[in-house]
Design a protein around this ligand. Structure first.
Ligand code: FAD
Ligand code: GLY
Length: 334
């Protein structure tokens, strides 16, 4: 069997972004996805690209580097695919117990549209996306990864990137590699409020309202650590609605159009795993993006592509230093 240059395990926003970035650098890619790509945590996201909010300080530099990449990325994807990612910048009002401040312009997009455009661009550029194929283990020869074992047989590759969200931990464990992620379920709903225009994102301690480009307002999200079920609870939605009405009373008249949940992959220190896996040559990991995977996807893709191709990093040095030092302290290891 012919070996692909890079196999990417997981077709969420992280895996697809890495695939697209590698293709742009002339590297053939093959994405393996157990379900349908974009249907994991990525589909659940509100799509806020909020670099100053809900982020732990250690992530600020990485987030800012990623944020800068978005306007060009979505334009490029639109030019290649004709699919609009719903990227826009709108005012962002943060109304928490200790702050009431409006930021003039904060970015956001539609994660479903973004993954649609990534998928199409990948295929157009000759990348392969193989769905309904679960990776069950890694193939190795003398401490170097050589491919993966799947429910549809073996796939050989020169490099393997584990971008399997919450599934990354179990997959790496099959080769004795230890990372720790905690599932944090988030429940959300979308409403329509004809006759009202909410122009700003409203963000408080217990709820956020995000007006989307297609007229929906996303109300999110609960935080249920340790809960890996996909159900949506009455209690969770009731809590979101009560908080939303307090924050923006007009929402009481809105029509509910969608309800969903997703699992955020959180790490113990709140930082994602991005980089090589020590002890196994040519194996890389990109996971643990918790509440910020949409925001951090472009910089994650650039970093992993730098590692895979052995390039001098294209990412601002501070951001790289952050991931390097962190990887040395807590990174994936044998
Ligand atoms: P996923 O999207 O889960 O993708 C991983 C993929 O790997 C899945 O499709 C899965 O099926 C596949 N997989 C797993 N194991 C295997 C295997 N063994 N073989 C093959 N395939 C496998 N982030 C933001 O930046 N802004 C937001 O506003 C935002 N809002 C959010 C709101 C909610 C309610 C939630 C839940 C999350 C939110 N996030 C947000 C976070 C963001 O959604 C995640 O960080 C991001 O989607 C993670 O992407 P991923 O590709 O790592 O994971
Ligand atoms: N970033 C928003 C959320 O995870 O709910």
């Amino acid at each position: 069997m012919k070996a692909t240059e890079t196999l990417i395990i997981g077709g969420g926003v992280i895996g697809l972004s890495i695939a697209y970035e590698l293709l742009k650098r002339g590297q053939p890619v093959h994405v393996l996805e157990q379900n349908r790509s974009g249907e994991g945590a990525t589909r659940a996201a509100a799509g806020m690209l909020a670099t100053d909010h809900e982020l732990i300080p250690d992530l600020h530099q990485l987030a800012a580097a990623s944020r800068q990449l978005y306007p060009h990325l979505v334009r490029e994807l639109f030019n290649e695919t004709g699919i609009d990612s719903g990227y826009k910048e709108n005012p962002f009002r943060m109304k928490t117990a200790d702050r009431d401040v409006t930021f003039a312009s904060v970015g956001q997009l539609d994660p479903v549209q973004l993954t649609r455009s990534l998928r199409q661009a990948i295929v157009t550029r000759g990348g392969q996306i193989e769905e309904q194929t679960t990776v069950t283990g890694l193939l190795q020869s003398q401490a170097t990864v050589s491919g993966v074992e799947t429910t549809r047989g073996k796939r050989q590759a020169r490099h393997v990137v584990i971008a399997s969200g919450r599934g990354s931990e179990a997959l790496l464990a099959t080769s004795g590699v230890c990372i720790r992620t905690v599932p944090v379920k988030g429940e959300c709903l979308a409403v329509r409020l004809p006759g009202h225009v909410l122009t700003e994102t409203l963000f408080s301690d217990d709820v956020y309202l995000v007006p989307k480009f297609d007229g929906r307002i996303i109300i999110g999200a609960t935080e249920r650590p340790g809960d890996e079920t996909t159900t949506v609870s009455v209690g969770g939605i009731a809590q979101l609605l009560q908080s939303a009405i307090r924050l923006f009373p007009a929402i009481e008249e809105a029509e509910i159009v969608q309800i969903w949940s997703g699992i955020r992959p959180q790490t113990a220190d709140g930082l994602p795993y991005i980089g090589p896996v020590s002890g196994i040559e040519r194996l890389f990991v990109a996971t643990g993006h918790h509440r910020h995977g949409i925001l951090l996807a472009p910089v994650t893709a650039a970093l992993i592509a730098d590692y895979v191709t052995g390039s001098v990093s294209t990412v601002e040095s501070g951001a790289v230093a952050l991931t390097e030092s962190r990887r040395n302290k807590h990174g994936a290891h044998h």
